[in-house]
Design a protein around this ligand. Structure first.
Ligand SMILES: [Zn+2]
Length: 195
């Protein structure tokens, strides 16, 4: 990320009063077999986003499901800020699971179907904006605003995502290899940053 982006993001976060305890994080291993050192916790909500618990199906997401590398948290906040600036009257961006406080297994024992990845602070789930504009996660592809959802995909690609998984029924597209259709992603996109 460029210096100017860091400065702009820092100013925006200061203005919004977000409490983020920044420190340098380390992603160990891989996204599917790894751990997270010195993870940064994404706040429960802010002016430009809210968090959603995929198991309890309510906002905010529980704190222990909201840890990522400082790099991932910066990307999430940057995209949320830019999306909100472009659509100030739309629902805030809905963020789901990142990683556990020290990463590692985030499988089914942590609720619902769990995650095969999300192990080293480089993966995050983001719910598609709903067509009805409500601030809650959609359940099906038929409930999403396809235009706004595609915009989020594009913004995360521009912010440096290595790969984004989208649901096969969403109609969302992107560069082959970087945007991939995957079952169980009809209500959220999964963003992965590179190692
Ligand atoms: Zn995911």
């Amino acid at each position: 990320m460029q210096i100017a982006t860091h400065i702009a993001l820092g100013l925006a976060m200061a203005a919004s009063g977000l409490q983020v305890h920044w420190h340098q994080s380390t992603a160990l291993g891989t996204q599917t077999a790894g751990r997270l050192e010195q993870g940064v916790r994404l706040p429960a909500q802010g002016r430009t986003f809210f968090t959603w618990d995929p198991v309890l199906r309510r906002a905010p997401n529980r704190a222990w499901r909201r840890f990522g590398t400082d790099r991932l948290v910066r990307v999430v906040l940057l995209v949320a800020r830019r999306y909100h600036a472009a659509h100030p009257r739309a629902a805030r961006m809905a963020i789901g699971d990142l990683s556990r406080p020290h990463g590692g297994d985030f499988g089914p024992q942590y609720g619902y179907i769990g995650h095969a990845s999300h192990q080293n602070g480089l993966d995050v789930d983001v719910y598609y904006p709903r067509a009805d504009g409500r601030e809650l996660a959609p359940r099906w592809a038929s409930e999403i605003d396809r235009g706004l959802s595609q915009e989020l995909v594009n913004r995360f690609l521009a912010a440096g995502a290595q790969v984004i998984f989208v649901g096969p029924n969403t109609g969302l597209t992107g560069p082959p290899g970087r945007v991939q259709a995957l079952v169980q992603h009809d209500n959220h996109l999964h963003v992965r940053l590179p190692l």
